[in-house]
Design a protein around this ligand. Structure first.
Ligand SMILES: [Zn+2]
Length: 461
């Protein structure tokens, strides 16, 4: 029997042990946001280090200024493909424990799924890749390609120290392609490859008028009201067709190709169900695009927070001294976040003129990412997923932002494969997070097959 089939069989034979170890890792409350869990972060990092060491990996746990990261390598094949598997062992805080049907850090199996904080995001999903290398190690005593792991403990708090770590270990992390299992399937039973994420520009605008709140009767109509100016500013950021009016905003936008529009349309996205799930009265957005295109492939602008003036009970007739808004823009490939940011600032200052003073702070700046659809890596991933799940994966994009993707591209020159196995409604970050055991096993089988499929591309790149 071929090693691939042996490795798949080995996975199935170890099913219960794999589930047990998955539960064990979920039991470690590695909440990166809360300092009382600093010790748990170290426990989780060493748990992974030891597990990979047993599978023949050369492992290091690197301290950072925050939580440690695990770097593991098994590179015995000169000239062969090297895949870097990125994941994170930190989890979101569990939130209100009363909303959980079983305690977040006492994982339980029910309805064919593991329930617990991190069951899917990302402990369960990253363990599919660990199970895959273990299976190869057990049946072949070797891996079909060179494999490295980079497992961090700060993803849920913004990967603060990851760029410096990658930079410091650029040679150790050198690779041909990055595998990330931290996204979701398209719907139950339909695995997905996410090939694009949006970029981000996040601004906070504070407009300052008089040096204190003024009586709106005595002084109204004589000096600018910062709240009125802010409303004017926000209203002018989009036109009636839903297009953003910041000069140059669309200049570099990579437009949707006809084949891509067709493939998005073919996903059979249910707009009625989507709207019902959101509870909003109607769907709306940039004219000329479908809901999926707006979500995944068109840039957007949204006010995230607003504050000005009197917010207490009853009336207080004032001209507020200041008004502020948090505004985010989600960018698509080829848009330059620096240019968008600078143009936004110029527009704000132009609209304000000398009526109010504008202070502009920046809370986020990141490029969009798009993986090439015609790469040999993509072909390998499609074949592995099709075999692992028994049906062709769909190719999707994501409206959210993953700063590590452009970082890997810039620092390591490698494209990312984002394979998602858990359900899109798996309650990641919310109460009752879960991951179906069948999807976990299919993900591990996909991992086994992907390592074999990646053998091919080495020669062709
Ligand atoms: Zn995650």
């Amino acid at each position: 029997m071929h090693h691939v089939e042996q490795a798949v069989e080995y996975l199935h034979s170890r099913r219960q042990a794999l589930i047990d170890s998955w539960l064990e890792l979920v039991r470690v409350p590695s909440v990166s946001a809360q300092s009382e869990h600093a010790g748990d972060m170290v426990v989780a990092a060493h748990w992974l280090e030891q597990r990979l060491a047993r599978a023949g990996f050369d492992c290091q746990v690197y301290e950072t200024a925050g939580h440690p990261a695990v770097l593991a390598r098994r590179c015995e094949l000169p000239g062969a493909t090297t895949v870097l598997i990125y994941g994170h062992y930190d989890v979101q805080p569990p939130g209100d424990q009363g909303l959980w049907d079983s305690p977040p850090f006492e994982p339980t199996v029910r309805e064919g799924a593991v329930f617990g904080r991190g069951a899917a995001d990302d402990k369960g999903q990253l363990l599919t890749a660990v199970a895959a290398v273990e299976a190869w190690h057990a049946v072949a005593g070797a891996l079909p390609v060179n494999v490295k792991f980079l497992l961090e403990g700060e993803e849920e708090i913004g990967s603060l120290h990851l760029p410096a770590l990658i930079e410091a270990h650029q040679d150790d992390l050198a690779c041909d392609v990055v595998l990330i299992c931290d996204t979701a399937a398209f719907k139950p039973g339909v695995p997905a490859i996410t090939y694009g994420t949006k970029g981000l520009v996040y601004k906070e605008v504070t407009l300052i008028g008089p040096d204190r709140d003024l009586h709106s009767g005595s002084f109204g109509g004589t000096v600018a009201n910062p709240a009125n100016v802010l409303a004017e500013l926000i209203a002018s950021l989009k036109d009636a067709s839903g297009r953003v009016t910041i000069p140059g905003f669309y200049d570099d936008v990579q437009s949707l190709s006809d084949p891509e529009r067709k493939s998005l349309a073919a996903l059979g996205f249910d707009e009625v169900a989507y709207l019902a799930r959101l509870g909003s009265p109607a769907l709306t957005g940039e004219a000329g695009y479908t809901t999926l295109e707006r979500r995944w492939a068109r840039p957007t602008l949204d006010v995230n927070g607003l504050s000005a003036g009197y917010q207490g009970q009853g009336a207080s007739t004032i001209i507020p001294a200041r008004a502020s808004a948090k505004i985010s823009m989600r960018l698509v490939p080829q848009q330059d976040p620096e240019a968008v940011s600078a143009s936004f600032d110029r527009l704000v200052r132009q609209i304000c003129g000398d009526r109010v003073r504008a202070q502009i702070a920046e809370h986020g700046l990141c490029r969009a990412y798009m993986a090439p659809l015609d790469s040999p890596w993509m072909t390998a991933a499609r074949r592995a997923l099709a075999a692992g799940f028994g049906r062709e994966p769909v190719l999707i994009r994501e409206g959210g932002t993953l700063p590590i993707l452009p970082a890997f591209k810039e620092m390591l020159g490698a494209d990312c494969l984002l394979l998602g196995y858990c359900r899109p409604d798996c309650n990641a970050h919310g109460p009752n997070e879960f991951f179906h055991i069948e999807d976990f096993v299919a993900g591990a089988v996909t991992g086994v097959r992907l390592l074999a499929e990646l053998v091919g591309p080495a020669g062709s790149t």
